[in-house]
Design a protein around this ligand. Sequence first.
Ligand code: FAD
Length: 362
Amino acid sequence: MDFRDSPEEAAFRDRLRTWLADNAASFKASGDEYWAQQGTWHQALYAAGFFGTSWPKEFGGQELAPVYDVIVDEELARAGAPPRPSLGYLVVGLGHHGSKELQQRFLPGMIKGTERWCQGFSEPGAGSDLASLITTATRDGDNYIINGHKIWTSYSDVADWCLVLARTDMDVARHKGISAFIVSMHQDSIEQRPLQMINGVTTEFGQVTFDGAVVPASHMVGEPGDGWRLAMTVVSHEREPSTLGYSARYGKLLREMASRTGGEVPDELTWAAVQAEMLRLHVRRRLSEQLDGINHGPQGSLDKLLMTWVEQSVGHAALAVSGTRDPELLSAYLYSRAQSVMGGTSQIQKNIIASRILGLGV
Ligand SMILES: Cc1cc2nc3c(=O)[nH]c(=O)nc-3n(C[C@H](O)[C@H](O)[C@H](O)COP(=O)(O)OP(=O)(O)OC[C@H]3O[C@@H](n4cnc5c(N)ncnc54)[C@H](O)[C@@H]3O)c2cc1C
């Protein structure tokens, strides 16, 4: 397999480099400032033709091969620019399970960044065991009324819409009674409270309470009881590192750390460099499989686990290089701890690998 750019890909990369040289400097790549600017960054990337490149033209994308997303990720990392806002899982969820009307109404704004979204799945008592969620949606004429409490909801402070999982039927098996809704966040009956992360960031995620929030029945995604299928599509897509595009960022951070060591390279840094290169090649292999139309299903858990190992190795290298002296490297270490929790914990990925890939009886 030849991983070098085709002439078209090389031209796209050149255009992007030029654009980044002119535009990236005014955007912060981390911390609260990054979160505050994320919406403007999304819209700027989209307007310049560098966001949503692989998504359908019908909804504002360009229908280019997924490799263009990887080029964008690589060049953003190289330029020290903020990452591509991660929305692919929502686009895929709505794309697979939403009606044509819902797709036409919501996908263009989501892709262009004119409407912001969050994902309301986890609850204080339902994370790994998502099917135990207790938020309810009760039919009331043409609407449903939502009551419940979501937590760890990324971007909830700026979201216009939330993809909410709620229980609509108490009398069937747990996962069959869950439905998915597109809920407007602009309601007095919804309260959003920020949660501070261990690295000090206060605007990345929050907890959201729904106290009689109203959602039109037409905003249900799929049929009543289809929420579990949608959730499985969304989380398995969240687990693919090629769409997360982190590997280029790890490489850049490691090179920066290496330049600070003054010749004596700690073992943690060497190990992280080996792992990051392994992930880079793995992501490329996944991409070429995607281009051949291979759908990975539970293999996404393997990808997520590998990515977590690499990110946490990079975090350990950051500590080895600078201890707690450099706030940026310390933040990279602290954030890496979240990687084995978000999008499904590492233990859950191992369970999926054991049962669905290796066929072990767990
Ligand atoms: C940065 C970040 C962003 C997030 N963003 C969102 C978001 O936007 N929307 C959203 O809905 N959620 C979000 N989450 C929540 C995330 O999906 C949950 O935290 C995750 O699914 C784990 O659930 P939990 O925190 O309830 O932990 P629990 O499920 O309570 O797990 C606690 C521990 O028990 C282990 N455990 C649980 N069950 C098993 C089992 N069967 N076998 C072995 N071990 C087990 C877990 O691995 C973990 O170590 C986010 C989380 C983070 C950290």
